[in-house]
Design a protein around this ligand. Structure first.
Ligand code: MN
Length: 200
């Protein structure tokens, strides 16, 4: 059975300054993301033991642990490459720009919608732009924690972590300023490539 491992950041810890500070990135990647990797693997190990013993008494807890930690790992694994140093962020590619026009009325309207969704997450969670293959469209979603409020079957292509651990050292309680500044480090090249892969 496969287990998860922590991916390296695709840039230095201080590469997103001044918008996201080095200390936040170190703690966020090395401690928080590692914790989700470890939690997901622990749940997988325990579920394997349950299959071996036939004792499924904790399957409800373990399934919940797996959903929380695996979702946390997978979202952070999209989040890091979704960002880049400010000088390397590029612009939305032609297909991405066209899709944002079709589904949101343009890039600026999409950004306003996404920002509002991210700022409005109740408690810890994420703003998510996802490809929805049945309707062949992009959806803006919120996630609470990592796993709640999603639409099943979608592929996240741009995600924004709005847990306090993502911004509190630099922005304190001002999530809105963090969200507004975050757009400066969105790696449009990566988002465009993720849409291309998701659409197949
Ligand atoms: Mn996080």
């Amino acid at each position: 059975m496969a287990r998860y491992s922590l991916p390296d950041l695709p840039y230095d810890y201080d590469a997103l300054e001044p918008h996201i500070d080095e200390q936040t990135m170190r703690l966020h990647h090395d401690k928080h993301h590692q914790g989700y990797v470890d939690g997901a693997n622990a749940a997988l190990d325990a579920l394997e033991s349950a299959r071996d013993s036939g004792d499924y008494g904790t399957v409800k807890k373990l399934s919940r642990d797996l959903a929380f930690n695996a979702s946390g790992h997978l979202l952070h694994s999209v989040f890091w490459p979704n960002m880049a140093p400010e000088s390397e962020t590029g612009e939305p590619g032609r297909r991405l720009a066209s899709q944002l026009e079709d589904d949101f009325g343009g890039v600026e309207k999409f950004k306003d919608h996404f920002s509002a969704a991210a700022k409005g997450v109740e408690g810890s969670g994420w703003g998510i732009l996802a490809w929805e293959p049945e309707g062949e469209q992009l959806l803006v979603l919120q996630a609470e924690k990592h796993q709640n409020l999603t639409a099943q079957g979608v592929t996240p292509i741009l995600v924004l972590d709005v847990w306090e651990h993502a911004y509190y050292l630099n922005y304190q309680n001002n999530r809105g300023q963090y969200v507004d500044n975050w757009w400066n480090v969105v790696n449009w090249n990566d988002v465009s490539e993720r849409l291309r892969k998701a659409r197949g």
